[in-house]
Design a protein. Structure first.
Length: 79
């Protein structure tokens, strides 16, 4: 299976600024893992949309998978 490229929407940087640094490290590690497996165990497809969600501690990582060009777009990270 080919690796996906992970891209971030601009709003993610703002969201991450308000989160403690130790949690940000864990969130980014979880996001990096999406490059190898964008649909890991525990990922849920959101109802009526093309977005998926995975949790890291008390935070949700919402993202879109573009299989045709092997890209995972992170659009929101928050509580």
């Amino acid at each position: 299976m080919a690796s996906y490229r992970v891209e971030f929407k601009r709003s993610v940087a703002k969201d991450l600024r308000s989160i403690p640094r130790s949690d940000v490290r864990r969130i980014l590690k979880r996001i990096d893992a999406l490059a190898d497996d964008p649909r890991p165990h525990g990922a849920e497809k959101l109802t009526s949309s093309e977005f998926y969600r995975v949790c890291q501690s008390a935070y949700r990582i919402v993202y879109e998978i573009r299989d045709d060009i092997l890209v995972v777009v992170i659009s929101l990270s928050g509580r």
